[in-house]
Design a protein around this ligand. Structure first.
Ligand SMILES: [Zn+2]
Length: 360
């Protein structure tokens, strides 16, 4: 006997494509009514499983964490309705997570690649410029199609944010990753880092706090999305306060980046830059906060359909993942009300279904 779930409410295949009548039969979605009666009937507004486009599984404040902690992280994301994670760098080998049918799907990026002594200790491969290209090539082979660069960090000698690597080497490194069939994304806090990354042919910008009007047409032209990680950017004032006595210039810079966080995201959205929802859970941010990130994007001025696109339909298409279609895996979340009208309904999902199994 097949295991059948009937979705009796509205199915949001896209923002402007609402259907009625969908079932999960042994974990596979169909719009064709099965002959047998359903085992369960779930009512509400159905969305594709949420996507956290910047998350770190197997990473804690001090670096790699044990399997029990990794499991708890993935379960916290699952509980929030995150059914697909793009891991933005992890020092742990998390391939075992991908074998667990009860955990979110995971697209790994290998380990962060940072400049020596210019990143949080224990997280990344810390390399000198001469080792960048070969390290990127190695991580491109180790991950699932993504490589994560730490594009800038505080340079204590300069007392401010500064690019991690010379622009010409970043260009060679990105070319090497592309040659290996991987896309590259980069942590970018500062303004100039975004110019370097765009010059070098980057595929995505994380945080993008230094986004200026000059970058916007280039992001559109080169089809480079941004993942603003606003729940993480909210920690900038604390970072600035701690750094202020020793590094006043850096502290001031971080505060200015924080102050413009919402305007910047709205300007990018209005100009047509693709925006995806990412929490940056892992080192300082707790797992399971995707709905809060969605509310932050909404608060910045994105309409509900754009917020939902950033965490569901659009994010899945961008990552090459299935969403809601005939024959797709039954990875869906069910809202209590229409999220296109009231996006805050994602804060309290009614049901979560992963691979045709009702999580709740
Ligand atoms: Zn991150």
């Amino acid at each position: 006997m097949a295991n059948i779930i009937e979705f009796s409410g509205s199915v949001l295949v896209a923002a402007d494509d609402e259907r009625e009548g969908m079932w999960s039969v042994d974990g596979v979605l169909t719009f064709v009514r099965p002959t047998a009666a359903p085992d369960e009937v779930l009512d509400g507004w159905v969305l594709p499983g949420l996507v956290d486009a910047h998350c770190h599984i197997g990473l804690g404040a001090g670096g790699a964490v044990d399997e029990a902690t990794t499991l708890a992280q993935a379960q916290a994301d699952l509980d929030a309705g995150t059914l697909l994670i793009r891991d933005a760098g992890s020092p742990s080998d998390t391939r075992w997570v991908q074998q667990r049918m009860d955990l979110p799907r995971l697209i790994r990026a290998g380990r962060h690649i940072a400049r020596s002594r210019r990143y949080l200790r224990g997280l990344g491969h810390e390399v000198e410029p001469g080792q960048l290209v070969e390290t990127v090539r190695k991580e491109a082979r180790a991950g699932d199609g993504w490589v994560k660069l730490v594009g800038d960090w505080i340079d204590r000698g300069v007392g401010d944010l500064a690019a991690s690597f010379p622009a010409n080497l970043v260009k060679d490194a990105i070319a090497a990753a592309h040659d290996e069939g991987a896309r590259v994304t980069a942590h970018c806090f500062a303004e100039d880092t975004i110019d370097h990354m765009l010059d070098a042919g980057i595929d995505c910008i994380e945080h993008a706090t230094g986004l200026l009007p000059r970058h916007i047409p280039r992001l559109v032209e080169q089809s480079v999305p941004i993942v603003p990680t606003l729940v993480n950017i909210a920690t900038f004032p604390d970072i600035a306060n701690q750094a202020a006595p020793k590094f006043p210039r850096y502290a001031d810079h971080m505060m200015r980046l924080w102050e413009r966080r919402k305007e910047r995201v709205l300007e990018a959205f209005e100009a047509g830059v693709a925006i995806y929802a990412g929490t940056d859970a892992g080192s300082v941010i707790k797992h399971g906060r995707i709905a809060e990130e969605m509310m932050e994007l909404h608060d910045a001025g994105l309409p509900p359909s754009a917020v939902l696109n950033a965490a569901a339909w659009g994010a899945r298409a961008w990552l090459g993942a299935e969403a809601i279609s005939e024959g797709a895996s039954a990875d869906v979340v069910i809202c209590r009300s229409d999220p296109r009208l009231e996006v805050g309904t994602v804060l309290e999902l009614k049901h979560i279904v992963l691979r045709g199994n009702i999580v709740r």
